[in-house]
Design a protein around this ligand. Structure first.
Ligand code: ADP
Ligand code: 5GP
Length: 202
């Protein structure tokens, strides 16, 4: 008997530390695969095609939408981001859990498509850390940093639509909290009914 794969949707303001924390969650659990998104954003130094994102232009992104290739998509600041449908469906079919790092509009789309998805919102211990961390990361222009901070205010207003809020003060502790959430969700009685059918007729 095996547990079914879960959809684990993580959002939070840019600079909250989502990528940092999620890489630690995945390093610890081979049954969790990352949903690699498509984006019109230009690659940052060190980002790899097919690993961090599928990088495309606006025309390529529109084609994906027209062909029904995206499970959800949204505009974030000045770019488009979307989740390719096929890898998600295939991985869930294999019983793997799929981890999404997506912004709030996309997360709400996934929640309406799949109400059983687990929604986690990641934030730093205080709002000012967003600016500090974005500056420390050094990947965005001044204009982009200000746009991302402005968007963060809207994102915070959506946090209560999530199932869990994780405070990323320390990346290891935040990763442990996310691992605990995933474990608890797997242990829900409704997710373990398949272990009972042999004995009880449900
Ligand atoms: P996001 O994916 O949410 O945009 P990143 O994972 O890229 O955020 O993190 C933004 C910056 O903050 C990076 O430079 C990262 O090293 C740093 N960072 C992540 N977590 C913490 C933390 N708990 N404390 C301090 N800095 C952090
Ligand atoms: P970044 O440019 O920092 O990589 O990502 C910007 C924002 O886009 C982040 O909030 C990230 O979670 C979100 N994002 C990344 N991929 C997707 C996606 O496929 N769909 C949606 N809706 N948002 C995404």
């Amino acid at each position: 008997m095996t547990d079914c794969g879960k959809m684990i949707v993580v959002s939070g303001p840019s600079g909250a530390g989502k990528s940092t924390v999620l890489s630690r969650v995945m390093a610890a659990d081979r049954s969790i695969v990352f949903s690699v998104s498509a984006t019109t954003r230009k690659p940052r130094e060190g980002e790899r095609e097919g690993v961090n994102y599928f990088f495309t232009d606006q025309a390529g992104f529109c084609k994906m939408i027209e062909n029904g290739e995206l499970l959800e998509y949204a505009q974030y600041v000045e770019n488009h981001y979307g989740t390719p449908r096929t890898p998600v469906e295939e991985n869930l079919k294999k019983g793997l859990s799929v981890l999404f790092d997506i912004e709030v509009q996309g997360a709400m789309q996934l929640k309406s498509l799949c109400p059983e998805a687990i929604l986690i919102f990641v934030i730093p211990p205080d709002f000012s850390q967003i600016e500090n961390r974005l500056r420390a990361r050094g990947t965005d222009s001044e204009k982009k940093i200000l746009q991302r901070i402005k968007t963060a205010r809207f994102e915070y207003s959506m946090a209560m639509n999530y199932d869990y809020i994780v405070i990323n003060d320390d990346p290891d502790s935040a990763a442990n909290e996310i691992k605990s959430i995933i474990t608890a969700e797997k242990c829900r009685a409704r997710n373990r009914q398949n272990y009972l059918t042999e004995v009880c007729s449900l």
